[in-house]
Design a protein around this ligand. Structure first.
Ligand code: TYM
Length: 351
């Protein structure tokens, strides 16, 4: 028995390791950037071993045009690098190149309970009224997500607020596996949902999440938007007629105002209170242009670097391929051990 799967009760020490993923089901939004990508870079800078994955196997749980999927995967890789992920210090790859994800997901499909999956709000939201016609992949999506994380024994997962329920399920799967087989093999991973932008809202409706799948492009800022488009989207963002309040409590019943203030705070790396100290009492005629300027200042360099990287897709593919090899080297032994724990005969000579 290895050190990491000793009997329950003894506390195995898992080395801190960060894992997170983003679906290439469209372009990167400001929500993805502030809720996830920017924070991935912070984790990398803190020096924690970090693994970042473009989850193409998750994307195909709903229909994806093959050519668009390929392009979105490369564009997302360019977005990660342009935002500050260093593919030497962190591991950056696309999910389908490391088969341990799909294999472990199958093992977890046999651990997770139908009832647990039925409670997932994302399935209910995405499948909508037409559940019979949703792919089976969409239903078992959370098993694959648990596999992504646990194939690396990841201890910490930076995500936005909307992923909380999936991370709770990941802990339940890890706990049930450990309990059923009498081991402490998988860590109970901690979600990291931090900062002022854990839930960036639509610019058209402050009660809906900003999303790459929203029908209206005006509802979101894309990392590929140019300066004029960003300015126009913030100018047209829905707001109320009141000036900004002096104190944070004044935002409680004002979802659109709160959203814009939170976005400003996240972009400026300051608190919501700091933003209100500067803009409290002022109208949106002043605040929106200031927000647009700040967003352009922060996002334009990322956009420009993305465009530059996208001119050399072969280099992006090389980076993803190399990242996949490094990821595989961590995940494969963990998966092998998992097969053994579950009682599979593993006698093939190593390749
Ligand atoms: P996805 O692709 O929808 O989003 C990627 C990351 O961006 C965050 N995010 C937001 N944060 C704040 N405000 C928003 N409006 C907003 N929209 C998106 C998400 O919370 C997420 O952190 N199931 C995941 C992908 C995934 C994954 C994983 C994540 C697959 N395997 C393992 C972590 C660990 C998803 O669909 O994210």
């Amino acid at each position: 028995m290895s050190e990491a799967d000793n009997a329950p009760g003894s506390a195995p020490a898992f080395t801190p390791r960060v894992f997170s993923g983003i679906q290439p089901s469209g372009g990167l939004t400001l929500g993805n950037y502030l809720g996830a990508l920017k924070r991935f870079v912070e984790k990398q800078e803190e020096g924690i071993e970090s693994i970042y994955c473009i989850v193409d196997l998750h994307a195909i749980t709903v229909w994806q045009e093959p050519d668009k999927l390929r392009r979105a995967t490369r564009e997302m890789a360019a977005g990660f690098i342009a935002a500050g992920i260093d593919p030497e210090r962190s591991i950056l790859f696309n999910q389908s190149q490391v088969s341990a994800h799909a294999e472990l997901a199958w093992l977890f499909n046999c651990v997770v309970r139908m009832g647990w999956l039925s409670r997932m709000t994302q399935f209910k939201d995405k499948a909508g009224k037409n559940r019979e016609n949703a792919s089976a992949g969409l239903f078992v999506y959370p098993s694959l997500m648990a596999a992504d994380i646990l194939a690396y024994h990841a201890t910490h997962v930076p995500v936005g607020e909307d992923q909380k329920q999936h991370l709770e399920l990941t802990r339940e799967i890890a706990g049930k596996f450990n309990h059923d087989f009498g081991v402490d093999f998988f860590p109970l991973t901690e979600p990291l949902i931090e900062g002022t932008a854990t839930r960036v809202m639509s610019l058209r409706d402050g009660t809906k999440k900003m999303s790459k799948s929203d029908a209206s492009d005006m509802s979101r800022i894309n990392l590929t938007d140019d300066a004029d488009t960003i300015a126009q989207k913030f100018r047209k963002a829905r707001t109320d007629p009141e000036p900004l309040p002096e104190a944070v409590e004044g935002l409680a019943e004002r979802p659109e105002a709160r959203n814009l203030v939170n976005i400003y705070a996240a972009l400026a790396d300051c608190s919501t209170a700091d933003v209100l100290a500067q803009f409290g009492g002022q109208g949106f005629g002043v605040f929106k242009p200031a927000l647009a300027d700040l967003a352009v200042e922060k996002l334009s360099p990322i956009n420009a670097e993305m465009q530059r990287l996208m001119r050399d897709p072969d280099e992006i593919d090389r980076i993803l391929g190399r990242g996949a090899e490094r990821a595989d080297a961590i995940a494969r032994p963990i998966l092998e051990r998992c097969y053994e724990i579950m009682g599979m005969v593993r006698s093939r000579p190593p390749r």
